[in-house]
Design a protein around this ligand. Sequence first.
Ligand code: GRG
Length: 300
Amino acid sequence: MTLADISSFEFSAYLADARESVEVALDTSLGPEKPKQLREAMRYSLLAGGKRLRPVLCLAACDFVGGDRSLALPTAVALEMIHTMSLIHDDLPAMDNDDLRRGRPTNHKVYGDAIAILAGDALLTRAFEMVSLRSPGVPADRLLKIVGELSLLAGAPGLVGGQVVDLECEGKEVDLKTLEYIHLHKTGALLKACVTCGALIGGAGEDILKALETYARGIGLAFQIIDDVLDVTASSDVLGKTAGKDLIADKTTYPKLLGLEESRKKASNLVEEAKQALKPWSKNAMPLIALADYITSRDR
Ligand code: GRG
């Protein structure tokens, strides 16, 4: 990629456009669920804003392989549903016990623990409905692969496994290897699924999928390192969630093990490695490259 390519690519316009289509699709993804309380609890968290990084990554991966982005929207919505349900459950008293998320009281603070758990469950199952029943125009074999990806990312090999190790490690000495395991599962697995699913919908071949896996590993780990850094350096107002939580919960983080500067350096090196993986396709990769940079430059 030349410097002219980089400067002519309008990342903020790209991001705004992708986010707008995601917001519309999220809004229409929830029908008139009954009972009303469940519907409200699902909408409360799903439509509470957030950076929408995961669905945007899915769309960008579809763009990257020359796919039709509109076909990837239901899957992008599914990925944001899984992310949102994981936040609802993570905030529960039995887990991270938090009362602020996306700048508002957490789901269980508004609807109670039982409804929050069930709203999370309903979003998780709705995610699979979005892919299997609400993705017109996508060949069935691609949808089946995506259902497989989502199953792996959400369950024991992904989010749930990472969360359990994270909970087990609270208040204990944790080495870098274990910390990396937690982050790659709790956070990295979802980001990997976003790019893999977007690329699968666009009809990516094995070589591109392999390169995207390397890209996703880099941005996934970098994203969580920056999350740890922001937990120390940013305010709750800017983050929209409780700052300083890792220290309170006695969690091992990258800043705790490496210090702030080294953590930032590590994140930046990982992002460089991620971008490097896409070099053979650099012209089409501008949105994914810009998203990788956004991960380290973000302030919330
Ligand atoms: C998926 C079945 C299933 C269960 C979930 C609770 C749990 C198991 C896992 C916890 C996963 C978790 C909360 C990881 C943290 C990831 C993270 C850094 C989230 C913050 O993401 P942002 O900053 O948030 O992108 P916004 O609000 O912008 O979307």
